[in-house]
Each structure stands twice: as C-alpha cells, then as structure tokens.
Write a protein that binds this ligand. Sequence first.
Ligand code: PMP
Length: 405
Amino acid sequence: VFGHVAQAPEDPILGVTVAYNKDPSPVKVNLGVGAYRTEEGKPLVLNVVRRAEQLLLNDPNRIKEYLPITGLAEFNKLSAKLIFGQDSPAIQENRVTTVQCLSGTGSLRVGAEFLAKHYHKKSCFQHTIYIPLPTWGNHPKVFTIAGLTVKTYRYYDPATRGLNFQGLLEDLSAAPSGAIVLLHACAHNPTGVDPTLDQWEHIRQLMRSKGLLPFFDSAYQGFASGSLDADAQPVRLFVADGGELLAAQSYAKNMGLYGERVGALSIVCKTRDVAVRVESQLKLVIRPMYSNPPIHGASIVATILRDREMYGGWTIELKAMADRIISMRTQLHEALLARGTPGDWSHIIKQIGMFTFTGLNTDQVAFMTKEYHIYMTSDGRISMAGLSSRTVPHLADAIHAAVTG
Ligand code: PMP
C-alpha cells in the first residue's frame, strides 16, 4: 500500500551533516550544523547541566509521572522570568501564560496552531504571518502546516551584508493591520544581522501603531552578546508597552540541551482573565499533538534557574561559548586579511551569534565542499561554532580560492 510513496528530499540543513558524515577526508569540516562545538570540535555538555543531572539522579523523591499538559509549572514561571525579566510588569500582573513545549520548534508550532484557531476574529489578515527574508528554513513550513498564510518582509541587504532597515519598515508599513510578524529576538538565523535597539524601537512603534502582532522566536538568548538580559532587550521593549505578543524560547543552544527538546511558549495578554482562557485553549492544542511534554530537560532547566549559584555558573559557561564564537570571527577575519582575499570581510566581525552569512554564492560553496571538504548550507551560511583555531586557516584558504578562482 505504500509502494507509490516518493522519496522525499533531505532537509537542507540536516542534509549537510549527512553529506559530511559520508566524506572520508581527514580535513573535512562541518560548518552546517547549528550546534556548539568546543575548540577540539566536540559537542559540549555544560558543567552546570551535569551538576543538575547529578542532583536529579540523587533525589529520592524524584518520580517519572506524566507532567500536566502545560508542562512543569516551575519551569514555566522561571522561563517567563528569563525572557521577560525578573520584575516584568506583565508577569506581576499575571497576564502571561507560559507552556512548556518541545524546544523552540515545538513552541513555534503550538503558537502557530493557537493563532490559526483563535486569532481570526476581526480580519482575514490575522491568518497571515510575515517572516523575514531570509529566515530559518523551518519557519515557513511550521507556519504553513499550521494553516497560516506566510508572506515575507525585507530584512537582509546583500550589498552591505547588513540590515535592510528601510525595506523592513516599508514592508511592515504595507502589511495589513492585524497581521502577525515573526521577529528573531536576537542573533538572526541565518544572517547574524540584528537591528540596533534604536531600530527595534522604530519597529515597535510601527507595529503597535498598525496593530501588527509580534511573534518572537528566541532560540539564542545569551548567545549573541553573552548576556541573557541584553539579548532579551528587544522582547522586553515590546512587553513594556503593555501590548500583546507571543514568544517561543529554546534551551537547545544556551544550555546545550539540544536533544532534550525543552522550550517554552509564552503569550502575553491584556488581562489575567484573558491569559487564563488562552491557556485553556493551548491545552486543547497540545493534548492531541503529544499529550504532555517530557520531564527530564525541564527538570534540568528548573534546577539551574531556581538556584542562584547554579544560575551564576550557567552565565559564565554561556559567556565562554559566546566569547569563543566571537574569537572565531576575529580569527577568520584576520586570516582573510592576511591572505589579501579580495572584498570587504568586515561583516564577519559585525554579524552576531552562531552564524556568519558569508555572501559566498552557491557555486563558491559547491567548490569549497568539493575541493576543501568544507560543508555548509548552499546559501553561504557558516556556523562559527563549528570552527576552531586549527580549522580557520583551512577555511580561509578555501574562501580565498573560491573568491579568486
Ligand atoms: N528558531 C531558530 C531561528 C533556530 O535557529 C532554531 C534552531 N536551529 C530554532 C528556532 C529551533 O530549535 P530547537 O527546536 O532545536 O529549539
């Protein structure tokens, strides 16, 4: 009965790793995967995570019962405080509902399903979500499959390899009132280009004046600047004006809990009463999807966030990851300058977070993979976290050859 099923294409991002794994070359480098690697190229389990797991293991009261549909209550409270701030008025006024979801992707999906069902009272445009061009490849799929109409707004300017702020403002100005707008809270993927705080304030004013609903994707809090608070500023700017928004959080990158699938969706509402009703509907979205979320990752996160000393330890390890990535930017930039590689490469040190959008085209990427065994997505995005001092010269040689060849 399944004989007619066609072979589906490999996921464009995960497919890079599949190709990398097949390559026997000893000099191969995987710059496709969006996961942190140490200077030795190894995945990293944070010390604070190991300590939290040890505490959980030794806790005689620990049980393996189902969590509620909305997840671990303490995890939800602490996650809201992490993104909105310890003394966020919205939290104090109990206008926020937070539900534990399956990492960032699951949080986006639950938010999208909720919007598709409940955000359509006034106009048909409330089923339209504007996503930046470009954006993480999974965004359009998550929103389309939930039943939303996906449109794009201009974001990246290939000429400056920076933000197309004018284009962004024009496109959001032209968007119909009531539309949803997806915003990367920080460390935009794939471009590494973020608005400044002044630009965020412009965006906020424009969106609020037009009644556009913000949906923040926060997959890299702490990874952009090394500071959890600084990276959450854009979100907090929008919460401070008293308006509504959605925020999807992931602990994959900032706690290294990739495979635990732990994240949260928060919806900031106008009143406590609305937040209670919204949460009741989120339960109806979640129950038939996966019933309730897994307990282990959320317990690790709650153990770390609730304890002042462990929280402090986490921020130090997080800063070390962010700093290593920043140092890779400097080293790669210097290596290209040393080789006299034609072109302006300053965007490598200006861009933020895990990725650099190099500006290399599909042919140049294919050349680098074939001749230098360097694996990356065909749009020229490289994961800085996949680099090390040892591999920077090899990458710089490859880029030099691709550009001059
Ligand atoms: N949003 C963005 C922008 C991302 O880059 C990612 C991870 N690559 C995610 C969401 C979701 O990640 P996860 O589901 O692993 O938390």
